[in-house]
Design a protein around this ligand. Sequence first.
Ligand SMILES: Nc1nc2c(ncn2[C@@H]2O[C@H](COP(=O)(O)OP(=O)(O)OP(=O)(O)O)[C@@H](O)[C@H]2O)c(=O)[nH]1
Length: 434
Amino acid sequence: MAKELCSGVTALLSINTWQGQQQHHHWARSQLSPLAISATHRHAKHSRFRVVCQSVETQAKTEIYDPEFGAKVGQDRLLKVPVSNIRNFCIIAHIDHGKSTLADKLLQMTGTVQKREMKEQFLDNMDLERERGITIKLQASRMRYMFENEPYCLNLIDTPGHVDFSYEVSRSLAACEGALLVVDASQGVEAQTLANVYLALENNLEIIPVLNKIDLPGAEPDRVIREIEEVIGLDCSKAIPCSAKEGIGITEILNAIVERIPPPRDAAMSPLRALIFDSYYDPYRGVIVYFRVIDGRIKKGDRIYFMASNKDYFADEVGVLSPNQLQVNELYAGEVGYLSASIRSVADARVGDTITHYDRKAESSLPGYEEATPMVFCGLFPVDADQFPELRDALEKLQLNDAALKFEPETSSAMGFGFRCGFLGLLHMEIVQA
Ligand SMILES: Nc1nc2c(ncn2[C@@H]2O[C@H](COP(=O)(O)OP(=O)(O)OP(=O)(O)O)[C@@H](O)[C@H]2O)c(=O)[nH]1
């Protein structure tokens, strides 16, 4: 159905946009692609954008939710491939060694996003991340890549680089079969990279060493290769020299992902087990859960059950990230996607939890679920004691989007009633403050 609507047919578009809480609706009849593009431009400033396309000829209907680029996203990326042609991988790199630049180049080279859409680095798309230039929240993107005349589906799962988020890193590694180890060829291996490489090795990931920034005059790829071999003990005979900035070595990296990273296990007939590697709160749709299907399959309308939080919901929407959200009917073992189910709090769908079916529960959950343990604490007191309930409401709202934030009431003889708040680390505290 979606395909029919993408081949330039005349379509009726129902466009909903939101400005703050206010919804605006427009109808338009046009060739699908050009109109969708101009609509995207017109409404680019709106925070949320939804187009429902109905083919005038066939009455077929599809809904494309895409806050950034509307219907421009190519539907051929939704093409299903056999599990043997899926590759799930992440990028391990020290801060500033070029992970985001490389991720963007991979998205560009596979046609997932166009060059002109790349004004801002794509995978780091939270404002705060941009401001601080670091990756905080995990995100994912599906790419379509042709290798020896066969279509492959490559899922890149982004990992945060900061030590406060090592648990999130470990969950995203558990969702992959392979990792690109990106090392700045003018710098060398850093301690933080080591910790993540060991995590990847523990998860049996196939690691592809990539030497980035070879365009720099100070690059010493041979020295860095020796360093990786000595420090990590990784065979670097097939390390790939690259410049993410200049686009050198990108095809070699894509080919290596297909050739060297194993496909996921084909377990589509088993009871559903999907690993949550990220979630965020959307004020319109509730919590959006990012997951990797490990066993079984999941489709829209399924009654799902979160094994750690003991909560059940109906999946309103299931889709893939490319990198924007695109709805699909079903996702099966090996695939990576998102779902929404009118979930009110991220605590119900925590990173590391296992999703299964309410009526056909998996026997055991996937390993590795951990409660977030706060490491840094601070006392928070209202200036005016009457504002205590407001402060509590504000903290509860914040917690809807950040299940790692903990707080409990506290009294102090000097400050009165307040809260003791726990954070994962100093950076986490700064982010919550912002
Ligand atoms: N010369 C050169 N510079 C590069 C290359 N790749 C990345 N850079 C630059 O290195 C800096 C850091 O790159 P990023 O891609 O933001 O690094 P990152 O690893 O994603 O950093 P975090 O998001 O903080 O983890 C930027 O200024 C890039 O332009 C490269 O191949 N050559």
